[in-house]
Design a protein around this ligand. Structure first.
Ligand SMILES: Nc1ncnc2c1ncn2[C@@H]1O[C@H](COP(=O)(O)OP(=O)(O)O)[C@@H](O)[C@H]1O
Ligand SMILES: Cc1ncsc1CCOP(=O)(O)O
Ligand SMILES: [Mg+2]
Length: 277
């Protein structure tokens, strides 16, 4: 696809979400739940966070897409997460997976393994998480969880390229690897997108919020375009927020303002390169 065709589709979904206020429900971690909801609202979406299986199922059917983030697991999630993933998959509804902290504990490993058959429409993670998920699913480019050190990446984004491509080819959706330069792929085309801010590594939840925002965009376009749109929005808003930030706390405040202010005509300024696989 041509660069201008991506830009047109990204501008379209930015406009559509602002005018339709689509709902994307989330089952997400207790550390960053508030930032996720605020980021979803800032771009024009509607947020709803739940923990229980029947409530998750309800949101999956009522909303346009669902976000699952396994950051802080509790025993109830053993029932909730597979129910929501299966409901979304069987209903043909898009769902976004953030495999936060893959490798910690047996429940997380079991759930992430189970998600393979429910084919998340978008998988979003940092490089270490994407490599580890491909490893868990026994796909090319994946390895064990040896480089996962909690929730932060110890790998460079480009080292996760093969893992991202094989995950996308398995799901038929999109995979986004975040970092200084982000990589988004649908298994055929790879987008390399620049921008953002070093402050995004100094606040917790930039990645979680990005997954939640991708779910909002996934209500209104293809998984690949939704993942690209979220990535561009965060790169532009992060870059702009840094101009007025004195540290991580003021950065987070400015970041939400910049996400809110971002328009369809500005998003076409997001810098990116296209690579065909
Ligand atoms: N050093 C950086 N420079 C610019 N943007 C960054 C940097 N690190 C992360 N980001 C941005 O922060 C967001 C979250 O990415 P990341 O920090 O990799 O996720 P996670 O929080 O899951 O580890 C993405 O939008 C990414 O582009
Ligand atoms: C710190 C932490 N611990 C468990 S989940 C979580 C949040 C991780 O958020 P992000 O990956 O977006 O920085
Ligand atoms: Mg993360």
């Amino acid at each position: 696809m041509l660069k201008t065709q991506f830009q047109e589709q990204v501008a379209e979904v930015i406009k559509a979400v602002k005018s339709t206020n689509p709902m994307a429900g989330s089952i997400t971690n207790s550390v960053t739940i508030n930032l996720v909801a605020n980021a979803q609202l800032a771009v024009g979406g509607s947020a709803a966070m739940v923990h229980l299986p029947d409530e998750g199922e309800f949101l999956a059917m009522a909303g346009g897409a669902t976000y699952i983030n396994c950051g802080t697991l509790l025993p109830i999630y053993e029932a909730t997460l597979p129910t929501v993933a299966k409901t979304s998959h069987d209903a043909g509804k898009p769902w976004v997976l953030d495999p936060v902290a893959i490798g910690i504990g047996t429940l997380r490993t079991r759930l992430l393994l189970q998600f393979k058959e429910y084919k998340p429409s978008i998988i979003r993670g940092n490089a270490s998480e994407i490599i580890a998920l491909a490893g868990l699913w026994q796909l090319e480019g994946g390895t064990g969880t040896s480089n996962v050190r909690g929730v932060d990446s110890t790998d460079a984004v480009l080292t996760a390229k093969d893992a991202a491509i094989s995950l996308a080819q398995w799901t038929g959706g999109a995979v986004a690897v975040s970092g200084k330069v982000d990589l988004v792929t649908d298994g055929k085309t790879v987008i390399h997108a620049k921008g953002g801010s070093h402050f995004m590594e100094k606040i917790t939840g930039a990645g979680c919020a990005l997954g939640g925002v991708m779910a909002v965009y996934a209500t209104s376009t293809t998984p690949f375009v939704a993942a690209i749109t979220g990535t561009f929005a965060f790169n532009l808003a992060g870059r702009a927020a840094e101009q007025n930030a004195e540290g991580p706390a003021s950065f987070q405040v400015h970041f939400l303002d910049e996400l809110y202010k971002l328009t369809a005509s500005e998003i076409i300024d997001a810098p990116f390169e296209i690579e065909e696989v």
